[in-house]
Design a binder for this molecule. Structure first.
Ligand SMILES: *[C@@H]1O[C@H](CO)[C@@H](O)[C@H](O)[C@H]1NC(C)=O
Ligand SMILES: *[C@@H]1O[C@H](CO)[C@@H](O)[C@H](O)[C@H]1NC(C)=O
Ligand SMILES: *[C@@H]1O[C@H](CO)[C@@H](O)[C@H](O)[C@H]1NC(C)=O
Length: 318
């Protein structure tokens, strides 16, 4: 009788499918917070484009938030436009009409796929007069847009920058850089300003800063490396419900991550039709485990019963 128990457990373990592929959650997410994630964006390592991964990640805590990380800061990504290849970031230290604060710099990385889009910066609380504010000998302020300063300085939160209510507008100026400086930074401190805001759109209310859309617009580029995948593989993968990614062990080769936890090199629907019998879904796995548990319980009960009524002969007979 004592020999029968190990035998039963070996028997059970032979029945459990050897499966390490299926997982409950796909390793690449198709959304992060409210943002839909499509190529080249990914939620983590192995997802999206390898060129975007070190810069863009989906944070789990405190809530799902897509983040852009550069050498000097981490900025929440608040929108993505796949048609215009632009994103909007909202740096936490950027001022808006409801909250103004000191900030030292905004930084991007030259090596990253992100460049400054057509953003309109308002430099705030600068050493007056801003009309003589220079970077490398050239004037930076656009006097023809000074009315934006007048409007913005009506926001009561200017006191957050140590300014009085309705401060003189010669401490503010409109700056629309085509590029950032040689460190790829908007260096607020070196421009002798206290803070900045960036306006994506004046909406339909150019004189009402409470209704403006704030944020920094960035353009992104796909490299030559990526185009091959977009054209040939990624579209098909996304259309089949998968998420495009890359192998972190095999030379960044293309991977289509399907929501059943399976990775393919083509498309999801294709794969599951052919190979369903090989790769067990986790639901099937759980059902199997339940059945095996019941079977094991029944066998143990039988052993107890048989040994009481002298059923030793039954096991010997097996
Ligand atoms: C599938 O691909 C993703 C992204 O590359 C990776 O994180 C994950 O480990 C892969 N899963 C399997 C089962 O290979
Ligand atoms: C890795 O990719 C590069 C660029 O596509 C290619 O030149 C190289 O041969 C690949 N190496 C391997 C081991 O596949
Ligand atoms: C799998 O997908 C590829 C690419 O779309 C297609 O050419 C092929 O015919 C598909 N195979 C099957 C068995 O559906």
């Amino acid at each position: 009788m004592e020999n029968a128990l190990p035998f039963i457990f070996i028997l059970i373990s032979l029945f459990v499918p050897q499966c390490t592929v299926a997982t409950d959650h796909p390793s690449c997410l198709s959304s992060c917070g409210s943002l839909r994630l499509k190529y080249p964006f990914g939620s983590g390592s192995g997802c999206g484009s390898p060129r975007f991964h070190p810069y863009v990640t989906c944070s789990a805590e405190p809530s799902n938030q897509l983040l852009l990380t550069t050498h000097a800061g981490t900025y929440p990504i608040t929108s993505i436009s796949y048609t215009t290849s632009t994103i909007t970031i909202t740096p936490p230290c950027m001022s808006t009409c409801t909250s103004m604060q000191q900030s030292s710099k905004l930084s991007l990385d030259w090596a990253s796929p992100f460049q400054l889009g057509p953003s309109t910066f308002l430099m705030l609380s600068c050493t007056p007069p801003t009309s003589s504010l220079c970077i490398k000998g050239s004037l930076v302020c656009d006097p023809s847009s000074s009315h934006l300063c007048t409007s913005f300085y009506t926001c009561p939160s200017v006191i957050g920058l140590g300014l009085p209510l309705f401060p003189p507008t010669n401490t503010c100026c409109v700056y629309s850089p085509a590029n950032l400086n040689s460190e790829d930074e908007l260096d607020v401190k070196s421009m002798e300003c206290g803070g900045y805001t960036s306006v994506v759109s004046l909406t339909d209310y150019p004189t009402d800063p409470t209704r403006w859309e704030y944020g920094v617009l960035l353009k992104y580029t796909h490299g030559a490396f990526d185009h091959y995948y977009i054209d040939n593989k990624c579209n098909g993968c996304e259309e089949s419900g998968g998420v495009c990614g890359y192998s972190t062990v095999d030379n960044d080769s293309f991977v289509c991550v399907c929501n059943n936890g399976v990775n393919t090199t083509t498309q999801c629907s294709n794969f599951s039709d052919q190979d369903e019998s090989i790769f067990w879904s986790s639901a099937q796995l759980h059902t199997w485990k339940s059945w095996l548990g019941i079977l094991a319980g029944y066998l143990l009960f039988s052993i107890a019963t048989y040994s009481e009524i002298g059923g030793e002969s039954f096991w010997v007979g097996l």
